[in-house]
Write a protein that binds this ligand. Structure first.
Ligand code: SF4
Length: 373
């Protein structure tokens, strides 16, 4: 895929690239709370949060998570609902479920200690090759390579990769391994992540300040704006969802807990479902509530419309206030259903799109402004 002469040139430059990157890191590396840490548990938590979250957003969640669950034992013995509640707002909740399950495996299979072998680390739920490399290099200074989004971008540019990174994963892993300093793997991996996050940024990389500019093929050919090459992307599918905020005569609200497996598993939400072609919002809500909970309701006023985007689709939630008419709610398509007071809603972990519904209910209860668009 790469011309032989270019590969040889880069291979010959590896010692220079290593020393330049490490020197740059010594002066320009970011100060992050987990940087001085050698505790694999705390590093693991930081790595998992950073899998899909920017550092700036991650920092308060990292502190909060560790304040609640300071070590493997406390996380393993916590209730999953408590873990999801602490995670609320970070999204990609499978990460929290995997952390919880992995902590339990560490207690059961590794005596409550974090393993030091790559295969054992990768056998834990939610830990792929790059997260394992990040943990083992940062905690134990092991020469294990990484390939997160930042590193893919830097290496794609260094090599002037002529295809999107997803089509050259094997080659990128090989280069991440070849470039890695076996003498200082911890600092090298951290430096590479910092270079991608602060200098070799997605837009307008600062090549004039880059320690790798001397060998960077994209820079030499002025291709840094075109590399990494992008995959052709289709527009995200859009789902329209009717949602019910159902009240009983005591003023309580009905919520249900999603099944553990799948997207947003274990989180609470307001019941509802997809609006079928030709169906009104009210008809959809009545049908969904009958199918999911086996109760009859009266659909009332519009409460709020919520737009939310996930990585593979986007949602519009049309939320209506409803009254319970008959039947006892049953969890036909969920793990559990519960009638709760408006004050109690804050105690349950909800996905981000539902947090706005909670706020609208509380505002309505307090006599606040109508949140209708
Ligand atoms: S020279 Fe520019 S494009 Fe190349 S690695 Fe450095 S910042 Fe990225």
């Amino acid at each position: 895929m790469l011309p032989t002469a270019q590969t040889q040139q880069l291979a010959a430059a590896i010692p220079t690239l290593q020393s330049r990157l490490l020197a740059w890191y010594g002066q320009q590396g970011r100060e992050l709370p987990w940087r001085g840490d050698r505790d694999p548990y705390r590093i693991w938590i930081s790595e998992v949060i950073l899998q899909q979250t920017q550092v700036k957003t991650a920092l308060p969640y990292y502190e909060r998570f560790l304040a609640h669950f300071p070590n493997i034992a406390t996380l393993a013995s916590a209730d999953l609902q408590q873990v999801l509640k602490v995670w609320q707002g970070l999204g990609y909740y499978a990460r929290a479920r995997h952390l919880h399950k992995a902590a339990q495996q560490l207690v059961e299979q590794h005596g409550g200690h974090f393993p030091t072998e790559l295969a054992a680390v990768m056998a834990l739920p939610g830990i792929g090759r790059t997260t394992a490399g990040g943990i083992l290099s940062a905690a134990f200074d092991q020469p294990v390579a990484i390939l997160d989004g930042n590193v893919k971008r830097v290496l794609s540019r260094l090599l002037a990769l002529p295809v999107p990174p997803a089509k050259a994963t094997k080659l990128l892993w090989q280069w991440s391994e070849r470039l890695l300093s076996s003498a200082q793997p911890r600092d090298f991996n951290q430096a590479l992540m910092d270079l991608g996050a602060t200098v070799c940024t997605p837009r307008q990389p600062q090549c004039s300040a880059c320690p790798w500019a001397i060998a960077c093929q994209a820079h030499h050919h002025n291709l840094q704006a075109q590399i990494p090459m992008r995959e052709a992307t289709a527009p995200l599918p859009h789902k329209r969802i009717g949602v019910a905020v159902i009240r009983n005569t005591a003023g309580q609200v009905l919520i249900d807990r999603r099944r553990e497996e799948g997207l947003l598993g274990g989180l609470w939400e307001f019941p509802g479902g997809k609006i079928e072609a030709g169906e009104t919002i009210a008809d959809c809500i009545r049908r969904e509530i009958r199918e999911e909970l086996a109760i009859e309701i009266e659909v009332g006023a519009h409460l709020i419309t919520v737009e939310h985007a996930y990585s593979h689709f986007r949602l519009t939630l049309y939320v209506h206030e409803c009254r319970h008419r008959s039947g006892e709610a049953q969890p036909l398509e969920s793990q559990e259903v519960r009638w709760v007071s408006v004050e109690e809603l804050d105690q349950f972990p909800f996905p981000q799109a539902n947090v706005q519904i909670v706020a609208a209910i509380q505002a309505r209860e307090a006599g606040g402004p109508d949140q209708s668009p």
